[in-house]
Design a protein around this ligand. Structure first.
Ligand code: DHB
Length: 303
């Protein structure tokens, strides 16, 4: 009932983890693989091991999470060597174009990986702007990636866009290159969350500025899923603000083929997938649907 397909890869459930949450160590990746998650995505990797930003670098309250992890990861070869029993996506987030090229070429030869999710939207690297917000850099970079002629399916993790012109500009670049799927959205960059017990910012890095996730970002996630569903031929993976099965259903209504869970996975652990799969199944049954294709993209609008 919840089966789906992204970029030609079959998933038994359309629900899986968002990159960054509980997916940095091999043990965490194995735990995801043994859960009822439909797939597994790794933490975004860089060329070298990174310790990441000083802690505390994650904080949450009832409506949102904030993180500034600073790309703490074990380096791309670590993720390239892991074998899982589920479709395994490696997220790549190089600190330079050259680093990205090196990692993409290496990971492309790894048959244990099904797809690469190229992250154009990390908001937490001190002194670096997001490629996804710099359309000239993004266009030039994706042309070079395209020229490699990757064997693996390639997706992009996009930042949230808020302006209709930006949706059009990003889509134009995407449509000029061979991109198989888009993951919409990464966290909302550079928010502040206050710890109301102490009147202090929730996290230490960047004086409290970090990427926002959780239920507050759902509306922006849905609009981004909808726009890129309309403007590109890519499969869309929704990400943002999913707490329950109805939230997944809403992402699919907007056009998502699969949906990732970030903040709620961090709060609840991998049993979140059992609960959300069940809840999504119930919403579908209540409407007489037995497959995602019966309602994907079928969002109603006023006449
Ligand atoms: C980090 C945060 C992100 O949102 C991302 O896309 C990649 C890395 C981080 O701070 O580690």
């Amino acid at each position: 009932m919840l089966k789906t397909n992204i970029a030609g890869v079959d998933l038994q459930s359309c629900v899986y983890n968002a990159s960054g949450v509980n997916c940095t160590t091999k043990d965490e990746l194995l735990e995801l693989s043994h859960s009822s998650s439909g797939a597994v995505v790794s933490k975004s990797c860089t060329l070298e091991y990174r310790e990441g930003n000083p802690k505390p670098r994650y904080f949450e309250n009832d409506t949102c999470s904030i993180n500034s992890t600073g790309l703490a990861n074990f380096g791309y070869k670590y993720y390239g060597d892991i074998e899982l029993e589920k479709p395994y996506f490696v997220s790549v987030c190089g600190l330079s174009e050259e680093n990205n090229m090196t990692m993409l070429k290496y990971l492309d030869n790894k048959l244990n990986i099904c797809c690469i999710e190229l992250n154009l939207s990390c908001p937490n690297i001190i002194g670096k702007s997001q490629v996804g917000y710099d359309f000239e850099t993004m266009g030039n970079f994706l042309r070079k990636v395209n020229e490699i002629g990757l064997q693996h399916k390639l997706g992009l993790k996009l930042p949230p866009y808020f302006d209709m012109v930006h949706f059009n500009q990003a889509s134009e670049i995407i449509n000029e290159n061979k991109i198989d799927f888009l993951t919409c959205i990464n966290s909302l960059g550079n928010g502040i969350v206050i710890d109301t017990d102490t009147d202090r910012v929730g996290i230490k890095p960047k004086r409290g500025f970090g990427g926002i996730g959780g239920s507050v970002v759902k509306s922006i996630a849905l609009s981004n899923v909808r726009k890129f569903y309309e403007l590109t031929d890519c499969d869309i993976v929704g990400c943002g603000g999913v707490v329950n099965g109805r939230d997944v259903y809403d992402h699919i209504l907007c056009g998502a083929s699969a949906v990732q869970i970030g903040t709620q996975l961090k709060k609840e652990g991998v049993s979140v997938f059992d609960r959300i799969n069940d809840e999504l199944g119930e919403v579908m049954k209540s409407r007489g649907y037995s497959e995602l294709s019966q309602f994907r993209g079928q969002l109603n609008e006023y006449e």
